[in-house]
Design a protein around this ligand. Structure first.
Ligand SMILES: NC(=O)c1ccc[n+]([C@@H]2O[C@H](COP(=O)([O-])OP(=O)(O)OC[C@H]3O[C@@H](n4cnc5c(N)ncnc54)[C@H](OP(=O)(O)O)[C@@H]3O)[C@@H](O)[C@H]2O)c1
Length: 323
């Protein structure tokens, strides 16, 4: 809502008007206000304005009547739920569906894409990888007919912060605690440190951009738990720092992917990416090595990916309702 307000003039220039007619979360339940919530009260977390007697996503969609739904529930690596059901229902109800949730891509990308097409709506997900930096839209909108042969990158910020901390002398446990305090790592940090988050992200890139039906558990995965501070420090001193590197490459008709700590040379662009920043390199038939680096992303960059998707979905239409 903050970013929609901040970009009001730019949205207006594109003929886009908006109001928020629905808000939902696990604790809040399903709130709808078809005339639109008062934005400033929404920003102050005042949600008493909405209808609260709704019992589920279907009733909520009927009451809120959105033209577009922003879906940002927690990731379930196992099955992508409940996000997949929420997106299915939104598309069936005639709304565009925009998500930041990678689970929807790795478990249901093809199905949701087909459903969106069938309903004449868009299913868009720029914020799922690299916090809103243009990755999916780059291939979709500005590099038509390019063949992607390989991907390499650092896609998990928590482990990159931990490795940077360890290079500066902190031990693994202290740094995990620090990333938890920063709000980067979860209470159970295994999602990041065991490479799951990176595996989900490389799978999402492969499924969408390389059009291969890779599954998360087919990614060869090693996290950073086995690295000792001494090794990380001496690797940096020797000019070959450790990074948690994601890779995918074509292997005949299949795509193979892996996540594991690798030592990279100082002339490698991956060596320059420290802290919460991330990087991806694409090897294509036209651009042998196209690199995108994102320094110090924040919540606003993730929100921006969703805003950019929103504009892509609705541009050309004049008055819209957002749930
Ligand atoms: N944070 C980032 O910078 C970032 C960047 C890129 C992508 N993402 C993705 O964006 C999504 C949200 O991230 P986050 O950091 O905000 O996650 P989070 O802290 O886990 O918050 C998720 C939200 O989803 C709600 N939720 C969880 N389960 C739900 C359910 N069953 N039904 C309805 N609502 C439910 C929660 O509601 P309650 O609060 O009421 O429990 C909470 O508001 C995740 O999929 C994440 O991977 C986040």
């Amino acid at each position: 809502v903050q970013l929609l307000q901040k970009k009001s003039a730019e949205l207006h220039e594109r003929g886009i008007a908006w109001r928020i007619t629905g808000v939902a979360s696990r604790r809040l339940g399903w709130l709808a206000q078809p005339e639109g919530f008062v934005q400033d009260r929404l920003l102050g977390q005042e949600l008493s304005q909405g209808r609260t007697s709704l019992s589920g996503v279907r009733e909520w969609l009927t009451a809120a009547r959105p033209d577009a739904v922003f879906e940002a529930t927690s990731l379930s690596v196992k099955d992508g739920q409940p996000a997949i059901d929420y997106i299915r229902e939104s598309l069936e109800a005639g709304a565009h569906a925009i998500t930041a949730n990678k689970g929807t891509i790795v478990h249901a990308y093809e199905e949701l894409e087909t459903l969106a097409e069938k309903n004449g709506r868009r299913f868009l997900f720029e914020s799922t990888v690299m916090d809103g930096a243009p990755i999916f839209s780059l291939f979709r909108q500005t590099m038509p007919a390019v063949r992607l042969n390989g991907i390499r990158g650092i896609l998990n910020s928590t482990t990159n912060v931990i490795l940077s901390d360890m290079e500066h002398g902190m031990n693994f446990e202290e740094s995990v605690k620090r990333t938890q305090e920063m709000g980067l790592a979860e209470t159970d940090p295994s999602h990041d440190v065991d490479g799951w988050d990176a595996a989900v992200k490389i799978t999402a890139l492969v499924r969408v951009l390389m059009k291969a039906p890779l599954k998360v558990d087919e990614v060869e995965r090693t996290g950073i738990r086995g690295l000792r501070s001494e090794d990380v420090q001496s690797a940096r001193r020797d000019g070959k720092p450790y990074k948690l590197v994601c890779r995918a490459e074509r292997d005949g008709s299949r795509v193979k992917a892996r996540v594991r700590p690798e030592q990279v040379s100082l002339s490698d662009p991956l060596a320059l990416v420290t802290g919460s920043s991330s990087i991806v390199q694409f090897e294509t038939d036209i651009f042998p090595n196209l690199v995108i680096t994102e320094n110090d992303p924040g919540l606003e960059t993730t929100a921006y990916g969703m805003l950019a998707d929103f504009i892509t979905a609705v541009v050309g239409r004049s008055s819209l309702v957002v749930g």
